[in-house]
Design a protein around this ligand. Structure first.
Ligand code: PGA
Length: 254
């Protein structure tokens, strides 16, 4: 099943989030496609309202970051797994490059968040990816393996599906996605690295690609055997753009 994770970032107000969720539910009802799974990740403040909108539909919910603490407590500005579970959200994006860039999130913190997520049986979507400078210096593979090493090597993997998103930082929000063949190569590297840490890792691992995905380029990623889905930011926060993406998927995977 091809997975589409819609990262709405901080693009929408609460009302806009509710409206878009309601429209997506309608759109999903009309399309007869069991081969695409949609996970919406709105901003935390919109989560309860969006949760009410998608209730009873096959659309899944997630959030964009998670507390470092497994317990409720004095953690200003954080979202606890316990709070998440009061909504329908079960997916959590961890280590997104915007969290790393603007809020100082490190691999060590992502590892800790991953442990919190797994302790609470949440479904992690862990983001890894290189900067433009690292790519220019041909350090992509080194950066990816080092991020995976820090986050996963000492983590017991869940006995349910989990996700790693390859998100080259230079491709996010720029309109320039990575070449699908290069995505395939890096996805293979991710799988092999994970297998080195945990020999059965590949059984439940799904690898997503993220960075400037839209209806004009998603087919190229769909064609790659190692790409299990897409993490989509900008194009997922506008109904028309998401509708176009779903149309392409319907034609090709449903
Ligand atoms: P983009 O964002 O699709 O707007 O490039 C992807 C992401 O940040 O997850």
């Amino acid at each position: 099943m091809f997975k589409v994770v819609a990262n709405w970032k901080m693009y929408l107000t609460i009302e806009e989030s509710k409206l878009l969720a309601a429209r997506l539910v309608k759109m999903w009802e009309k399309q007869e496609c069991n081969n695409v799974e949609l996970v919406i990740c709105p901003s935390d403040l919109a989560l309860s309202d969006v949760s009410a909108q998608v209730e009873g539909s096959p659309i899944k919910l997630g959030i964009q970051d998670l507390s470092l603490s497994p317990a409720l407590g004095a953690f200003t500005g954080q979202t606890a797994p316990q709070q998440l579970k009061e909504t329908l959200a079960r997916h959590v994006i961890l280590g997104h490059s915007e969290r790393r860039k603007f809020y100082g999130v490190t691999d060590a913190m992502v590892e800790q968040q991953l442990h919190v997520a797994l302790e609470h049986k949440l479904i992690p979507i862990v983001c890894v990816g290189e900067t433009q400078a690292e790519r220019d210096n041909k350090r992509t593979d080194q950066i990816i393996t080092s991020q995976l090493h820090s986050i996963f090597e000492h983590t017991e993997l869940p006995d349910y599906p989990f996700y790693i998103a390859y998100e080259p930082r230079w491709a996010i929000g720029t309109g320039i996605p990575v070449d699908p063949k290069e995505a395939e190569r890096v996805h293979d590297l991710i799988r092999h690295t994970m297998i080195e840490f945990h020999k059965d890792a590949n059984k439940l691992l799904h690898v997503l690609y993220g960075g400037s995905v839209d209806s004009s380029n998603i087919l190229g990623f769909l064609d790659q055997p190692s790409v299990d889905g897409a993490l989509i930011g900008g194009a997922s926060s506008k109904l028309e753009k998401l509708r176009e993406i779903v149309k392409v998927l319907q034609k090709n995977v449903c």
